[in-house]
Design a protein around this ligand. Sequence first.
Ligand SMILES: [Zn+2]
Ligand SMILES: [Zn+2]
Length: 216
Amino acid sequence: MVDAGPGTVAALQEVASAGDLHALVVSHVHPDHCSDVYALFNLMRFGLEPRSALTALAPEGAVERLAAFLGAGADHDFHRLFAWRAVRAGDRTVIGEIELKFGAADHPVPTLVTRFTASGRSLVYSADSGPGGDLSAMASGADVLLCEATFQGDSDPWPYHLSAHRAGELAREAGVGRLVLTHVAPILDPARSVAEAQEVFSGPVEWAAPGMEVVV
Ligand SMILES: [Zn+2]
Ligand SMILES: [Zn+2]
């Protein structure tokens, strides 16, 4: 499970049991990426058969902030049910058959760009990022770039996110096989975001609609 924004644990349970998760990756501690850590925690604590601690990877400082909301001291179930591990840009780890490599996003809190590789195929998830940081290098040659595209048009109201156009440019420059746009602001029409990315990237572009399945 990669990021735990609101509604994701409910969506997960439509297709799998949370008890079968191998690992959780939290890209950063903005609530649209981590608020369901608490839903998952409660589910594991009260709603599932006992299981071994779930590997949980997050940027430095994240677990302290997440635990603070619960008032969770060192002996709290939050630290027993999750095996938290802080990761930094440049770190690598293997979960099952998938290798994870981490980079730093261009965002105002520590945020992980993650590249997932298995059987020679790779997916890169931007998390929240402006155009700087490690995103471009991490995305190089990826089969799928799952990229944030918060804005549309020429508006750049905040430098730590991307427009769909900029996401398309990143996809082109990185030579990715396919671009999937996510994190489109809720008030925007995703079809327009896809069209704006297609103006600069000639490969397939889609919007990450809820329930969408992607074969990498
Ligand atoms: Zn964010
Ligand atoms: Zn976000």
